[in-house]
Design a protein around this ligand. Sequence first.
Ligand code: FE2
Length: 449
Amino acid sequence: MQKDQWNYPVTTDNPDAAESLNLSFDSYFQFRTDAMKHLDAAIAADSEFALPHAAKGILLESLKKPELHSLAFSELEAAKNGRPPSSTREQHYIAALEAALAGQVTAAATHYQQIVNDHPHDLFAMRLAQSELFWIGEVGWMRDISERAASQWTSNVPGYSAYLSIRAFGLEENGDYELAEQCGRESVELDPTGCWGAHAIAHVQIMQGRLDDGIAWLSGLSGNWSAANHIVHHLWWHLALAHTEHGDYDAGLEVYDHRLRDLDSPLMLAMPDFYVDIQNDTALLQRLELRGVNIGDRWQPIADLAQTRIGNHFSPFTSAHSALALAAAGRFEEANELIRHIQDFIVEDKGTLGARYALAVLPASKAAVAHRKGEYQRVIDVMLPARRNLWQMGGSHAQRDLFFQLLIDAAMKLQRQDVLIMLLDELSAIGFQHLAERSSYADAVAMTH
Ligand SMILES: [Fe+2]
């Protein structure tokens, strides 16, 4: 029996398999590109070792593409048929994969949480729990998992910097900006290449309206991200967001063209349709257009990607952005097809996501189409009753803000000062500071005075 980097037993006698598993876990929670390569090496070294099979299935499922599910199910079967006896921890990983493939997201998160409860240093499970819960908006639950483990973490535990980054993001999404910044900065000091710690700080800065800080922070660290996976695009999105909120739209578009949608970059060539990229790209273009910026012909390639996700209901947040992109490109027939698929899914689904599509994604998608058609009263009618449920589509406060911007824009077009005052109050309560100094809300704030 081998042990992993945290001295937890793994059911293989092969040291190469155990070491490759360690490297794959490191790669995952450090947001690098080679996690799958190391899992394949672990499987090649010991094909009956259950955990790498389960982990590979989990990574395949995490891409939120149903066309990869048959491969993920094969790994699930291989994990179940692994060499007995598997440990309770390994059984939880296998059960989490099975739950995720069935759309039972909260069940999967519960298995990951159980692993962290029993093995508080297991950052693979902790980060998976964070990811699953983040994408269904359960940020309190997400934070509690990393906070409960805090007493078990010291700087000599492998992965301490990554632990701090996970903790920082959990705190930030729950409004504890001071401790989040402290953890995030310590994480990046320990590992300047760490993307997740840098990202947590970027969130603190955008929530607090510290736009200059955000631009300096991300620009200063960006030279360290050469080994990062697609998270680097999201970090560039944060930089473009800070420029855009500052009113420097040319800088935002410059980042878009050369960093977010650089089709010749190795990352983009390897995976041109990564779901978070679709969110990033749509969100930036839509924000720029709301400020009157001509973004030229940039919508069509994003709408092409959105079109491929019409029948994909594994990522609520991406579906809402797909509706935006299709409508923005003038492809209303496809946007309506997406909405019909969502309505069917809501009726049929027996998992975690159907209710979230009903409460958040469906109204947001309808509002996206209505806004693009200039039907501002319909945006108000659809979104005002749904706005307090938008968290259920997942994503961060900073990302979901886009849907409030649509609502605010409609209220401005209709001269609804009463609605604007209420929504601006609510945005402040969510945690957005200095609204009058953001290009997104400066005009709305001015209208209320
Ligand atoms: Fe972010």
